[in-house]
Design a protein around this ligand. Structure first.
Ligand code: GDD
Ligand code: MG
Length: 370
């Protein structure tokens, strides 16, 4: 069975993390998210995957190659310009030959794909849309169905007053290839505002497949942090590398942890990391490869990508550091703050309330306090 994964978006809501790294390549517990997704698809019976890439396309080729590492046949196809979600699949139509799974590339879920396929066949559906309940449908695609699960209405990013159900498009579809005759070639065209509303008019069978499987769109800053927490507390099954050295403390390869440091799980520590004297690392926290956590630092609910250097007494709470940042002594970073790559911060800065620093930002000592 074949699948297309849509990975061409710019990940604007996750900037600055997506300035140098496309959203599906950002690490989730020290591993590019897309790698986990490919393994999950393989384990659920998919043997050929087409990645519809656009933004930072080379990064996919460089990391994933031909897919043999995942025991999958992998095609990486770049659009000449962004074609939108449906236009991106139209662009690879020549590679499709039967009902095809299509995935948004930023959704973390353990949805049962085989059960969805059985449902698709039973209904003789042309388009099956997986659905998930959410608290706030305004950020998603709302889907109304009749009692037979046939889609009656599709409303992308509805206004609050238009909400009639908490079930939204969960970003996994099964689509019969003849449906792409409705998609204009070589144009920007969306499933959500184009093909799905058109299919409501043509009368082809379009069904919703509701599921209570774990589901989250990782494309927003707080959900990116939350999904790490969910993985580390075991709310969703996600394989990450590392061996357990203490209660829910995993180390991947060699790391140096000073005997006076306090590490309270769930914490994952990447290869080559150093945690110095008196540092406190409280889970759920992920420390990337080669990070240096200086003496008396205090980390809680933090996600660090690789190569970060924290000087003495740095405080990090519920925040994300991209790659290779240098954080000066006693600087405090909290409340969903996100620091891009290669930033250099002097001592005694204070960043809170979701501040975002673009890659290569340089700040002196005591330069910021808000
Ligand atoms: N190849 C390609 N080309 N991929 C694209 C393009 C494009 O032009 N535009 C977006 N994508 C990819 C993104 O990379 C992402 O993986 C996926 O399509 C969805 O785009 P988002 O930008 O993340 O959409 P969203 O989260 O606002 O809304 C979508 O997902 C929700 C579920 O998470 C919609 O499908 C909603 O209806 C849905 O509820
Ligand atoms: Mg999304």
């Amino acid at each position: 069975m074949k699948a297309v994964i849509l990975v061409g978006g710019q990940g604007t809501r996750l900037r600055p993390l997506t300035c140098n790294t496309p959203k599906p390549m950002i690490p989730l517990v020290n591993q590019p998210f897309i790698e986990w997704m490919l393994l999950r698809l393989r384990d659920q019976g998919i043997d050929e995957v087409i990645l519809a890439v656009q933004y930072l396309a080379n990064s996919f080729r460089h990391t994933l190659g031909d897919g043999s590492r995942f025991e999958l046949k992998l095609h990486i196809v770049e659009e000449p310009e962004p074609r939108g979600t449906a236009g991106a699949v139209k662009n690879v139509e020549h590679l499709l030959d039967g009902p095809t799974f299509v995935f948004n590339g930023d959704v973390m879920t353990d949805l049962d794909l085989q059960a969805m396929l059985v449902f698709h066949r039973e209904k003789q559906s042309k388009v099956t849309i997986s659905l998930t309940p959410v608290d706030d449908p305004t950020q998603f695609g709302l889907v109304e169905m009749d009692k037979d699960n046939r889609v009656q209405r599709f409303l992308e990013k509805p206004r609050a007053e238009d909400i009639t159900t908490n079930l939204v498009n969960a970003g996994t579809y099964i689509i019969e290839p003849d449906m792409f005759r409705y998609v204009p070639p070589n144009q920007f065209y969306m499933f959500e505002r184009g093909l799905f509303p058109v299919i409501l008019q043509t009368g082809d069978g379009m069904y919703g497949f509701p599921s209570r499987a774990y589901w989250t769109d990782i494309g927003k800053p707080q959900t990116y942090i939350d999904v790490h927490h969910d993985i580390l507390i075991g709310k969703v099954r996600y394989n990450f590398s590392g061996h357990q050295i203490a209660d829910r403390v995993w180390v991947d390869g060699e790391a140096v942890i000073h005997p006076t440091a306090q590490v309270v799980g769930p914490v994952v520590i990447g290869p080559g990391a150093v945690i110095e004297r008196g540092a406190r690392v409280i889970g759920p926290t992920v420390i990337g490869a080669g990070c240096h956590v200086g003496p008396e630092c205090s980390l809680e609910g933090a996600v660090l990508w690789e190569g970060n250097f924290l000087e003495e007494g740095v405080v990090l709470r519920n925040s994300v550091l991209g790659r290779n940042n240098h954080i000066g002594a006693r600087t405090q970073i909290s409340d969903g703050t996100i620091i891009g790559d290669d930033c250099s911060l002097g001592a005694e800065n204070r960043l809170e309330r979701g501040i975002r620093l673009w890659p290569n930002t340089k700040l002196g000592d005591k330069a910021i306090s808000f």
